[in-house]
Each structure stands twice: as C-alpha cells, then as structure tokens.
Design a binder for this molecule. Structure first.
Ligand SMILES: CC(=O)N[C@H]1[C@@H](OP(=O)(O)OP(=O)(O)OC[C@H]2O[C@@H](n3ccc(=O)[nH]c3=O)[C@H](O)[C@@H]2O)O[C@H](CO)[C@H](O)[C@@H]1O
Ligand SMILES: [Mn+2]
Length: 316
C-alpha cells in the first residue's frame, strides 16, 4: 500500500527543525545496565549523547521528539541477489523502527520487478522503489553507495523528509529503535572495536589514501551499516566521501575498508552529534561484546563471522 502524506509548509518545517535540533542532552550521566557491573558512558568526550536505548537520557530524548512529528527516510541499497534480504529488513522495521512517526523507505534496486510483493505498511509509512543501474558486489558498491546516496538525497529525499538514515539491507531490527537516534549527524559504533584501544581500530593506514588517519587521530571506530542525520548533513557527508573515493580511484588507491574507511575519516573531521552504541549494530561473534539489549542485527556480518558465508549471500 502506498500512502500519500501531505507535508507542512517550508516555513513550518524550518521552525520545527530549529527546535528539533536544539541540544537535548545536558550533564554527564552514567548508567548501570542490568547485565553489567561496569559503568557505561552515555556521553562522548565532546558532549554528544552516546545512545543506549533504555537509558534515562534516551527516554528523555524520545519525550522531547514525541510531539515534533519528525519525518525520516530509510535509504536501502538492494542490488543483485541482496534483494532477498529486503523483506526481512522491512518487516522488522515495521515492527520496531520509529513507530508512530512518518517513515519512508527508499529502496534503490537494479531489479524493481523482482522484489517480493510489497508489505502492507503501517499508517504514515511509505515505500518508494528507485531503479538504479548498478552492478552487484559489496566491494564495488562499497565505493558507489555514497555517490548514489548523495544523488538521491539531493533529488528526492531532501524534499520529502527531515532525517535520512542509510542502512545495510543485510540487517534486521530486533528491538525498538525510536527517536533517540535522531541527531544532526548520527553514527554507530562498530561492535568489534567497542571498548578496544584506539590502536586496534582499522583506520586507513596508507598515507596516499584520502581516508588516511594519522596516529593519534580519531575517537571511535564507526560502522558503515547504519548512519544518518538531517538530510543536509548526510548530503554533505555523502558528497565529501564520494569525492574522496573518486580522488583515490583517480590515483589507483583503494582504502582497505572501502566506504567505512572514508566514513571514519569524515567523522574525525566532523564529529557526529549523536553516537549510537553497538546495540544498533551487533552480531554474535567470538570477539564481540555482549550487549544488554540488541536492536539492529547484522545478518550478513553474523553469517560471515560464523563461517557460513562462502561468497553466496543466499545462505545468510
Ligand atoms: C558479505 C561480506 O563479504 N561482507 C563484508 C563487508 O561487510 P559489509 O556489511 O560492509 O558489506 P555488505 O556485504 O553488507 O554490503 C554493504 C551493502 O551494500 C549493498 N549491497 C552489497 C553488495 C551487493 O551485491 N548488493 C548490495 O545491494 C547492501 O545494502 C549491503 O548491505 O565488508 C566488511 C568490511 O568492511 C567485511 O569485510 C564483511 O565481511
Ligand atoms: Mn552489511
């Protein structure tokens, strides 16, 4: 079902956004989640919220956003046989993602005719299928997604919603994800490097690459599976990262972790205003942390880490 939503005027939108983006967090707060005895930080060193969905500050942030009616887009790339992941992601989002808010799913796919029959979506939720001419392969698309994202935000998403989040299609929501994730620029901590010393982060080490990170730079290592924010901020990030990727390609250089390397470089230069804990990007793996609540599970990385993946995504 496709719903058509009437949006408020630009004036109201501007007005609303200025209140949405005010600082919603004050004071350093620590909490003690049920499973842990150690205290967990809920603020980054630069004062941005570090989000645990059940923390008091998240409850407070959700209350603050409750009446603002933010509209959010979820940008999903589903090329080649990765389109088989789509239904699982969308049905889990209908159960858990920003319930009672306006949500538009933007599915960029090379095979619009071959997608599963559209789900019956909840009230105020829409699906837009956008045909794109792209070749499959995570290594190839890891260098293309930022450019595709920039184009679609500029041409369409920016006109229709306030916030946009880019999500890997090989994931599923497993618990509620609400407006606590909203921020001007939101990034998610990579679970395998959470709580680890900086020197183990896989920042780009080739100084010829535009993604290069020198010793001593960087706060956290972020995941490329879920990030977002205000359309204007995500557009600026996607444009910058796609330019850095093109500059590297021109020199025949390729950062080791593809999109994730450029994302991390950008987020060192432009610190996120909202940092999601690994509750929002997790999978079970020998080296992974135990999360008190898991909200967004990476089916693909899970499959890879358990050794089931041998190049065939259909097994995941
Ligand atoms: C399956 C796989 O090897 N994953 C590797 C990839 O995980 P990633 O999670 O970074 O890659 P991924 O395979 O999930 O691809 C990223 C996203 O691109 C889209 N997409 C990708 C390929 C494709 O043919 N069609 C398509 O639509 C899709 O939305 C997917 O979720 O990189 C990581 C390092 O950064 C690790 O090395 C992971 O093991
Ligand atoms: Mn993935």
């Amino acid at each position: 079902m496709v719903l058509v939503i009437k949006f408020s005027s630009d004036f109201l939108r501007e007005k609303r956004m200025s209140s949405v983006t005010m600082s919603l967090f004050s004071g350093v707060e620590q909490r003690q989640p049920g499973l842990y005895s150690a205290k967990i930080s809920v603020m980054t060193p630069w004062g941005a919220p570090l989000v645990w969905g059940d923390s008091e500050s998240s409850v407070w942030r959700r209350d603050k956003f409750a009446h603002l009616g933010a509209r959010t887009g979820l940008a999903i790339l589903a090329i080649g046989n990765y389109n088989h992941y789509l239904q699982r992601l969308l049905s889990s989002a209908e159960l858990y993602f920003l319930l009672n808010f306006y949500v538009t799913y933007y599915v960029l796919t090379d095979k619009p005719q071959e997608l599963d029959r559209p789900l019956k979506l909840g009230l105020n939720r829409e699906l837009r299928v956008i045909p794109v001419a792209e070749m499959p392969g995570w290594d190839r698309l890891g260098l293309r997604r930022m450019a595709l994202l920039a184009t679609i935000i500029k041409e369409q998403i920016n006109l229709e919603v306030d916030y946009v989040y880019c999500i890997d299609v090989d994931q599923e929501f497993t618990n509620p994800v609400g407006t606590e994730i909203l921020g001007k620029l939101t990034a998610t901590l990579h679970p395998l490097f959470y709580g680890k010393p900086r020197y183990v982060y896989p920042y780009e080490s080739n100084s010829d690459s535009q993604a290069y990170v020198a010793n001593g730079e960087g706060d956290y290592y972020y995941s490329s599976e879920f990030y977002g924010g205000l359309c204007s901020k995500v557009l600026a990030m996607a444009q910058t990262c796609s330019l850095l990727i093109l500059q590297d390609q021109d020199k025949g250089v390729r950062a080791q972790e593809l999109e994730e390397s450029y994302l991390n470089r950008y987020l060192i230069d432009h610190r996120p205003t909202c940092v999601l804990s690994p509750e929002y990007n997790w999978w079970e793996s020998p080296g992974g942390p135990k999360m008190p609540t898991q909200r967004l599970r990476s089916v693909g990385r899970q499959c890879f880490s358990t050794g089931n993946y041998n190049g065939d995504t259909n097994v995941c």
